[in-house]
Design a protein around this ligand. Sequence first.
Ligand code: XBP
Ligand code: MG
Length: 268
Amino acid sequence: MTLEALIFDVDGTLADTEEAHRIAFNLAFEQQRLGWTWSRTEYRALLAVNGGKERIASYIRALPMGDARRAHLLDRVSAIHAEKTKLYSSVVRDGGIPLRDGVARLLYEALQAGCRLAIASTTTAVNVDALLQSTLGRRGLEMFDVIACGDQVRHKKPAPDIYQLALRTLGLPADRAVAFEDSPNGLRAAVAAGLWTVVTPTFWTEGGDFAAAGLLLPGLGDPGAPLKSEPGTHLRTHGWLDFEELQRLARPRRTPDPVRALYQVGAA
Ligand code: XBP
Ligand code: MG
């Protein structure tokens, strides 16, 4: 497959960020005297809802309380989330969160090969800027032709909107790009946009439904941190996914031809 762009999710894919998000949510709840604390177990379940504002709203809707109190709290969601974003992005800006193994290497390999880079994330733009600059340096942002994220689309993952926005802005059809994701919602969004997808789960998403992944790996790996049982399980050359192997493995996702699909059923 001729790869013209790699489209990366951010949280969980570029970097393992959800523990820092969880801590920032809890600090914001404390500062706003809400009396809420999200445990790791609770947060793992809450991650079924993409988007910090949507996650807080969904949490409020599930709390036992009167309608007036609930309406009052729902009105405060944006302010609570703004507080959380301030707390989270300052930790990221201070270099508190590294990229996952192999991410920087693959980004540079792709650019070296003339392949473009894009972001398609649910998280807030200021968080993306902070992460890219703190991990890739001042030029970090410039490495990406497109940064599609947060509220640029109304329907967040698992809806395909953010990936469709990234592809539209790149000016590419889905069969000229691949997506990188960490979560079931993210995979659903990428596949619904027609993208062959590499999935590298984290603690927060492992065990999810990744049946539609084009390639499922524990991470991208690196020469200094090769993946266990690779090469030989999914990868042919190295113990890490490099751009050359990605080009060999990537397949354009065929949108099923309804007539052929009918025929195949008949022929089965
Ligand atoms: C993961 C998300 C985000 C983060 C929190 O985004 O669902 O909501 O959990 O960030 P990604 P915000 O698509 O990058 O995996 O509070 O800024 O939403
Ligand atoms: Mg993610």
